[in-house]
Design a protein around this ligand. Structure first.
Ligand code: BES
Ligand code: MN
Ligand code: MN
Length: 461
């Protein structure tokens, strides 16, 4: 019944998603505050039309949270669906082949049946919307096997800083047996995958100041520390020749993965050649002693996300800037505490500043890593669901990305999460020309109801 409902309504599902993708709900930019609110309202209307009850806009100190539920029987299990309706800024806008908020469907090599191009198509509007439509299909076809709650937030891309307070305040309302999140990916469309871990994050901004004003680089060059040169050197010295991070204490609590997980990763159908080709690079480079897949998922990292200072306009201006800046992120793995890592970074970076400069380190958001078990009932329910729709048992793999609320939910609510995402790494999330395969969108809508069914069944045994 659910499947029939999906096939009869699939075009409408896509058209509804297209309408949501037109709303520029950019959480990072206050100029879009009203669009973020409009997106929340559009989602509420959609949830209502889909059959949800108790639809509510929960205000926070930042952007609001959308809540909705369907409680069919308090004795049945409850699935809490988490997702986010906010998106990353579209910059650099000139690299988009079509407007980031003018969704269009195009075929690509990886998505021969078409993909929808727009900011948020995959991360996370398209994926979050699969959950809403899967719910609609189950409910309207009389197949909903258990209770559902929706918690769709508008601040994931800026660190979910207000979510914890809301959860603590309304912990009763968010009580559930399992959390279901579609905001991750699979390895390929013929390689179903269940994400079993996420990295944590420490994000800092650094400001290095030299002379009290910009200087003529002929009159002063060579005699005064140039903050941009110095910052570049400090950053270069954060890692050694083996791409190991030099911050004292950084690796103190890092958990090495088990031999079992190492073998699993080594056997995953990952092609380094295809990886390089897709990125237009000749070879990879990273921490010595680890494979590409390990480096990108289970090892901690340090990356400059942006660096600026001095003259960057047209032509040449001879100047030694007074200040240089950078934004630096560190991806963290289990047992690394992000507050501690931020402190370690701060004291180390301050100690590196050459004489004649001063440095200010400002922490931005952080987040805890998370690992989800593979021997649990909810993992089994997810695995069997994917097995039915893909015709293959999914591979459990950790992802390198971060969704800090996963660890927070476990800590505050004591509820485990199933990461049930259907995106591809090649979908260009956070990048120009983000897209989401129609295959993936529909595969998600088709697979999610099977999770509900399996989970309810396993839970009642
Ligand atoms: N959905 C992503 C994270 C993700 C993507 C995990 C793909 C696994 C696979 C999420 O929206 C995101 O971008 N998170 C941020 C962190 C957040 C605190 C801004 C990230 O990972 O950079
Ligand atoms: Mn996301
Ligand atoms: Mn994101």
């Amino acid at each position: 019944m659910t499947n029939q409902y999906i096939s009869e309504n699939k075009d409408r599902f896509l058209n509804e998603l297209i309408e949501l993708l037109k709303i520029p709900s950019i959480s990072a930019d206050s100029a879009y505050k009203n669009d973020v609110l409009n997106m929340a309202k559009a989602l509420m209307s959609n949830l209502e039309a889909s059959g949800a009850d108790n639809i509510e806009l929960i205000e926070t100190a930042g952007h609001p949270i959308v809540y909705a539920d369907k409680i069919i029987d308090p004795n049945l299990p409850t699935v809490l669906v988490y997702g986010h309706y906010d998106v990353q800024p579209p910059d650099p806008i000139e690299l988009w082949e079509s407007g980031p908020f003018e969704p269009i469907i195009k075929k690509t090599d990886i998505h021969p049946e078409g993909a929808i191009f727009a900011r948020g198509a995959c991360d996370d509007k398209g994926q979050m919307f699969m959950q809403v439509k899967a719910f609609e299909a189950m409910w309207k076809s009389g197949d909903l096997p258990c209770n559902v709650k929706f918690l769709i937030e508008g601040e994931e891309e800026v660190g979910s800083e207000n979510l914890e307070d809301v959860i603590k305040e309304h912990s009763e309302r968010f009580s559930a047996d399992v959390i279901l999140v579609s905001d991750t990916g699979i390895m390929a469309n013929d390689v179903p995958t269940i994400t079993t871990g996420l990295r944590g994050l420490s994000y800092v901004e650094v400001e290095l100041t030299g002379p009290n004003r910009d200087l003529h680089s002929g009159l002063y060059g060579g005699a005064v520390v140039n903050p941009i040169n110095a910052l570049a050197e400090m950053i270069a010295n954060l890692t050694d020749e083996n791409n190991h991070i030099n911050i004292p204490g950084f690796y103190d609590n890092v958990e090495e993965i088990s031999q079992e997980e190492k073998t699993l990763m080594a056997n995953a159908p990952f092609s380094q050649k295809a990886y390089c080709d897709a990125l237009g690079i000749k070879d990879v480079d990273g921490e010595k002693g680890y494979t590409t897949l390990e480096r990108a998922t289970v090892r901690p990292t340090l990356d400059v996300n942006g660096i600026w200072g001095g003259y960057t306009g047209e032509g040449a201006k001879t100047v030694i800037a007074s200040k240089a800046f950078a934004k630096i992120s560190m991806r963290l793995v289990p047992n690394q505490d992000y507050n501690r890592i931020t402190d370690l970074f701060k004291s180390h970076f301050e100690s590196m500043a050459p004489v004649g400069t001063s440095v200010v380190v400002t922490p931005h958001h952080g987040g805890e890593p998370a690992v989800t078990p593979v021997d649990s009932l909810e993992y089994k329910a997810a695995s069997l669901a994917m097995e039915s729709t893909f015709g293959k048992t999914p591979i459990p793999l950790r992802s390198g990305g971060s969704i800090p609320i996963v660890a927070m939910f476990e800590r505050v609510l004591g509820i485990k999460t199933v990461l049930f995402g259907f995106g591809l790494d090649s979908d260009a999330i956070h990048s120009p020309n983000e897209h989401y395969g129609l295959f993936n969108f529909y595969k998600g809508i088709e697979t999610i109801p099977l999770f509900y069914k399996n989970y309810t069944k396993l839970k009642s045994n």
